[in-house]
Design a protein around this ligand. Structure first.
Ligand code: SAH
Length: 369
């Protein structure tokens, strides 16, 4: 909701907010993602230009860490024209991103331009802000969605003896100012349209907005080239009731004080895969700890530990590594998932001449190093 929504009003990412995310925990997270993009850019033949497009950039920390890697690898990227495109609905968070990435040097765009704000990063790269992925200009792009899809609204469905029913929100007639969940008395348009015919679960959460966005990303990648990396907590079509709220880092009743707490549901990667089908290939979901291990997090940690003189920094590095990698913390419940052009994984003429081509380089993160 533009006026009452959590992200437009509050949007508390970070230690002082309602929930903490991986890029806010460790700089290594964003650095390894930056390396993933460089690695894919090289594997795809070093195109002369690319857009880095992030959906829901939060405080801008992830992009900041990625741009630091791009700067460190400036000699590799020297002949490439890079620009950054951020899709963000929250006025409050876009201001925080502008401060973080440009030092506050931004200007509103004229009405007739698709971006609502633009600036230059501290490392000299042009940055543009949009409210919708459809506003981002076409072109070879690397997309990033970290803890974005889990924030989009879901529909909930319950299987009953009479068939599928939608879980709806109603007022509680007994208690003033209290909402309650109810089951639709009959089928609704959503039960007819959003449940897959082969569905086996008894309770399902579907995020059609995520489906539409993935279809758009897949169409853009198919047409203009590039790749998308999606990272979120989620499952591969197995979980049921995951909808929950967070406020001040504590679980919060989703029905109480709407608009004041972060509402979230696990991402169903099997649904995203279905939405990309036919247009792009997909990889994953793979657990965060496996992806980061394959990306070389252990080596990076060793280097940082060797370079840090004081005990407090070393402890902080080890603590944040544990948060990201420990299966009991974020290591197992967070997953990585990628959309890639079909030709990135299979030679287009492989069928006719299977032996004639050298093997394609493996996609970093999804295979062991
Ligand atoms: N990627 C960041 C922030 C995750 S929070 C991190 O990992 O730290 C979710 C982000 O998505 C916020 O920036 C929020 O403002 C943004 N967001 C939520 N709904 C959105 C929508 N419909 N369109 C664009 N951005 C949205």
């Amino acid at each position: 909701s533009p006026s009452q929504g959590y992200y437009t009003r509050r949007g508390g990412v970070g230690e002082s907010g309602d929930f903490i995310t991986s890029p806010e925990i460790s700089q290594v997270f964003g650095e390894l993602i930056g390396i993933w993009y460089i690695s894919e850019w090289m594997a795809m033949g070093k195109p002369t230009t690319f857009q880095l497009v992030e959906l829901g950039p939060g405080r801008g920390t992830l992009t900041e860490d990625i741009l630091r890697v791009f700067k460190q690898l400036a000699s590799v990227l020297s002949k490439c024209d890079v620009s950054v495109h951020l899709v963000e609905v929250s006025p409050k968070l876009s201001k925080i991103q502008a401060a973080m990435l440009t030092g506050g040097k931004v200007q509103p765009s004229p009405e007739d331009e698709s971006a609502y704000m633009k600036g230059i990063s501290k490392t000299g790269i042009p940055i543009f802000w949009y409210r919708d992925i459809q506003d981002v200009p076409p072109g070879y792009s690397f997309y990033l969605a970290h803890e974005f899809f889990d924030a989009l609204p879901i529909h909930k469905f319950q299987r009953t003896e009479k068939g599928w029913r939608e879980v709806l929100v109603d007022i509680d007639p007994e208690v003033p100012d209290q909402l309650q969940f109810v089951l639709s008395p009959s089928r609704t348009p959503a039960t007819q349209n959003f449940i897959q015919p082969e569905e086996r679960r008894h309770h399902v959460e579907v995020c059609p907005e995520a489906g539409v966005i993935v279809q758009r990303l897949a169409s853009r990648i198919e047409k203009d080239g590039g790749a998308a990396l999606v990272a979120d907590y989620g499952h591969d079509g197995t979980k049921t009731d995951t909808f929950r709220g967070f406020r001040n880092h504590k679980l919060h009743d989703v029905l109480s004080a709407p608009g004041t707490a972060d509402l979230t549901a696990d991402v169903d990667f099997s649904y995203l895969r279905k939405m990309a089908q036919g247009k792009t290939a997909t990889l994953g979901p793979i657990k965060q700890r496996e992806f980061l291990k394959n990306m070389g997090i252990d080596l990076r940690l060793q280097v940082l530990l060797q370079n840090s003189g004081d005990t407090a920094t070393r402890e902080q590095l080890l603590h944040s590594y544990d948060m990201l990698m420990n299966p009991e913390k974020m290591g197992d419940c967070f997953n990585f998932f990628a959309l890639l052009p079909h030709h990135r994984l299979v030679h287009p003429d492989k069928k006719d001449k299977p032996e004639s081509k050298s093997p394609l380089p493996p996609v970093a993160g999804f295979n062991e190093l």
